[in-house]
Each structure stands twice: as structure tokens, then as C-alpha cells.
Design a binder for this molecule. Sequence first.
Ligand code: ASP
Length: 437
Amino acid sequence: MKTIVAKFGGTSLADGSQFKKVKEIIDADPDRRIIVASAPGKRFPEDVKVTDMLINCYEKAKAGENFDKELSDIKSRFRDIIIELNIDFPLSQEFDILREKIISNPNRDYIASRGEYFNSRILAEYLGYTFVDPEWCVCFDENGVPDDAMTKRAMRAALRPLKNAVIAGFYGADGSGRIHTLPRGGSDVTGSLAACAVNADLYENWTDVSGLMAADPRIVDDPRSVEFLSFRELRTLSYMGASVLHTDSVLPAAESGISINIRNTNHPEDKGTTIVKDLPEDGEDYPIIGVAGKKGMSVLQIEKVMVSDGSGFSARIQDILADRNLPFEQCLTGIDVVTLVIATDLLDTCRDELLQEIKEKMTPDFVGVTDNLSMIAIVGERGSHSCDANVRVLQALADNGIEISTMNQGARNLSLLIGIPEEKYEEAIRVIYGMMS
Ligand code: ASP
């Protein structure tokens, strides 16, 4: 028998009718044996996620304010689910315990984690699966830092003997039993760790979109979804702003070579996007698989005659940035010139001091910043076509009068990164998408 780890996100488990869809999906494939659940998410755009409601409750308790109304609204969310599913669940007892804990010891992470805890227990009851509390097997150190290696061992011990299980996402505990949460959206990470622990054949991530779109649907009308994507392509696209999965969830699966299939709970018939280690030979043959980008970038340019002589000029500039914890997106070194692309909001935290330090330590002939830039990544690992595709992208942008400020092509043809003026960003994305499809 195969093992599929299936993680269902907040919108997939937002109310009773969504739970019913989830059960249908799980029942449709007996290999879906390990289920990871999020807290109830938004049922409609203006709705509030249960995790946010819990955090709000914690804030009130911390400030010494009354939180009865907030807690009762959260209880109602779960009561509605239980009633619709017609299952037995000791809701009042559980909420009495929670209330006591909030009063006696308001621990933010414990309170924030209860959305996943209740939802997973309810789902386990509804499916007739064993509930696994990540308190026993998602391990953190005493500073709240996740310990992936220990988690893998503990999860394996907890999950392997079980035929079917529901494990709550998003949290775990340290050696003393104190609850810690992963970053927001962290149930994706729990799913990935669970998939690695049981050496799953596939990690399914069920959400409310049919996979990753080849371009931002807010800019391009009805972009196609990508069927296969390599881990490296996903990394580049998500770094540049295309988001479907929590970034930290990709590495564990990638390292173990477990494919991730992003699926839509509301359209289970769609194949979604499968993220794989090696792209299938017979997969889609688009030279460019996706385009993504972000605005709000600046270019820092430093020039000094005769520095391209192995003196480590560029490395020393990068050290200055590293000492200030200032990350850069791209570093282009030309003859006697170093160009760094940096997020403007981060640069603004130390712009004047940084320029001053560079002037003093590097004595450049010129140092200056250009703002209002956007960066676009054009991604596609289907090597042999990429060069030609890149030329066509540049031509298409030139034909549309879009000027390129910086450009960098990765050594393995994975992506072309270009910087263009911010006001041309949307137009450029549309032009590139237009020539891709
Ligand atoms: N419920 C948590 C959040 O809203 C974690 C998750 O859904 O993955 O961030």
C-alpha cells in the first residue's frame, strides 16, 4: 500500500460543508492515510481566520481585558462544524479548559495553536482516524526553534504504526511540554515533515486554488496553471512573490525527493501543480514555466577603476551589507563596477550610514542609488530552449518600449532576472506572459 500525506488548509476546513468535501476526497483514495489539518480559515473574503481570533483573544487576556465575547465567537465556529457533521465532541469541556489556561497562564503560542488542535480532533472523529497531537512529535528546543531531525524521528515513531491518522498542523512542543507554533501558514511545514517521516509516496497539499499560476492573476487575465514544476523553479517563483506553499515546507520534501501536489478542495477533479525533483520527460514543453516579480526595489551601484583585479572589492562590499544584516536580491559585477539590488524598505533603514561607510571603506569613484525599480524572474528549467526564450523575452520587452535596468541569467538557465522601472511592471508581466503561452 502506498502512503499519501494529505494536508488540508484553512479554507478547506473552514466549515462543515468544507469538511464534507474533505472526507469525500480522503475516501476516494485509500492511500490518503496521514492527514494534516489547519485551523478553520476564512469562509468568505471578509471572514476572520480562527487563528487570528485566538491571537486576538490572547491579546485581550494579556491586556487584562475581558475576552468572553471573543472566546464565545471561536466556540461558535467549532459548534457550527460539529452540528453540521453530527458528531460527538466535548466542546464545552474543552473550551472551559482553554478559558482556564488563558486566565492562569496566557501563553500566546498555546492559545494560537488551539485552532489546529480542535479542528484536527473534530476531523479525526469525523473520519474515524486516530488523532495525533504534534505536542508529542513535532519537536522544538527550549528557545522555540524547531528541531527537524528530532521531529522526523518522533513523527516516524508516532505515525508509522498507524493505518490512518490526523495530525494537527502548525505547532509542537519543547522537552518540557511547552507549546510552540511554527510561522504563520506553518501547517504546510508540518505536512512536509510528516511526509518525510513516513517516507510518503506523495505529499498532497489541498487548498483553494488549482495549483500555481504561470503569472499573477491580478495582472494577467486567467493565467494557465502549471502542471509540473521543479523544486528550484518553485523556489525562484515563490521568492519573487508567487505563493502557494509556505517556503519552509519545500526543503524537507525536496531533500527527501518527495513530490508535492497542490490541489483544490473545491475542484478535486483538477490535477493541480506537482512539484518534483526531476521534471518528467514527457511533461509540458513550455520553455518558460512562469513569471513572477516584485516592486519596491533599489539599485546600489559602486564604481572604482581597476578593481576587477581579484582584490575582493565585491566581497568586501557584500561584507559591509552582511554586517548590517541587509540582504540583497542580486549582485552583478561588471568591469570595475558592482551593482546590488536591494529591497527599498530595507535599504531605507540605513541608507545614509551605508553610503557613508562604503565611501569611507572603499573610496569608490562613484556610489549611488536608483529607486523605483521592480524585479521580474522569468523561470524555466527546460534547458535547451531557455536561451532562445530569453532572447525572445528581451525582444518582446524592447518592442513594447520597456527599458531594462539590470539583467542576470543564472548559470544553469533556470531563470532570467531583470530589473525594470516600477511603473512598467504590470505591462512587462503581461508582455512576457503573452509570449509564453
Ligand atoms: N492556522 C495557522 C495560520 O493561520 C497555520 C496554518 O494555517 O497553516 O497561520
